[in-house]
Design a protein around this ligand. Structure first.
Ligand code: ZN
Length: 242
């Protein structure tokens, strides 16, 4: 457990693999951990449904973490649907646009999420925000970049006149290393929970089962997740991991 003055954390928990792993990381590190999720009219609400299931099973499987796990905040950000026209919020196919970003991109989404999270954290006396953003295996979203989030940390701290820390434990990990982190934190039980009860697929597919979890297997999110799991599993089988 950390000895820093920052003992309470608020984790941006979407129900996906990355934020679920970050939640375990925070529970291993902080005295008190709360979670926040955002409903912004996703085409698939499946990820949000996974949140509750994952939290329930995490509490049951890890009693010590359950004792530290506090309130879950779910914010309705339906207004994002008014300022975005993307495949996540409208009935359009996922494609890569001329700027090489997938059209699932909601411009500035993480800036908005962290700003609302900071307001909740301020009210709750929490000084650490934890997010699963990553620059290693990612789709190129500029608001996932380390520099973006470091600048935002400074901005939010100044705007609230209170020291605020944004932690991104996955920033420099690839997807295989993210699976390994779950293994290190919670062993096979946590890896299995992440496989079965988190959701990453852009299409919201919960009908096709793979050894890395549920998903269509073909969208960019599924491809990243499956390739990472394959490298993780190969390392574990060869004795090189976790
Ligand atoms: Zn998919």
């Amino acid at each position: 457990m950390t000895s820093s003055p920052h003992r309470h954390a608020l984790v941006l928990f979407s129900g996906g693999q990355d934020s679920a792993t970050c939640l375990a990381w925070a529970l291993d590190r902080y005295e008190r951990v709360e979670t926040i999720g955002f409903d912004y009219g996703q085409r698939h609400a499946v990820e949000l449904r996974c949140r509750g299931t994952f939290l329930d099973k995490l509490r049951a499987a890890f009693p010590a973490w359950s004792a530290r796990l506090g309130q879950d905040h779910l914010l309705d950000l339906g207004l994002l649907g008014q300022v975005s026209d993307t495949a996540l919020t409208a009935e359009r196919a996922i494609a890569f646009e001329t700027n090489r970003l997938p059209n699932t991109f909601v411009p500035g989404r993480n800036l908005i999420f962290f700003t609302f999270a900071a307001a909740i954290a301020y009210r709750r006396g929490t000084s650490v925000l934890v997010g699963g953003m990553c620059e290693t295996d990612y789709s190129g979203y500029p608001d996932c970049r380390d520099d973006t989030l470091k600048a935002l940390q400074v901005t939010l701290g100044l705007g609230l006149d209170q020291r605020l820390v944004i932690e991104t434990p996955l920033m420099w990990l690839d997807k295989a290393q993210t699976w390994r982190l779950a293994q290190a934190l919670g062993g096979h039980t946590l890896v299995d929970l992440v496989r079965r009860d988190t959701h990453t697929c852009y299409l919201g597919d919960r009908t096709h089962w793979h050894d890395w979890g549920w998903g269509c297997g073909e969208c960019p999110a599924c491809v990243l997740r499956s390739r990472g799991h394959a490298r993780f599993a190969a390392g574990a089988n060869s004795g090189a991991g976790p």
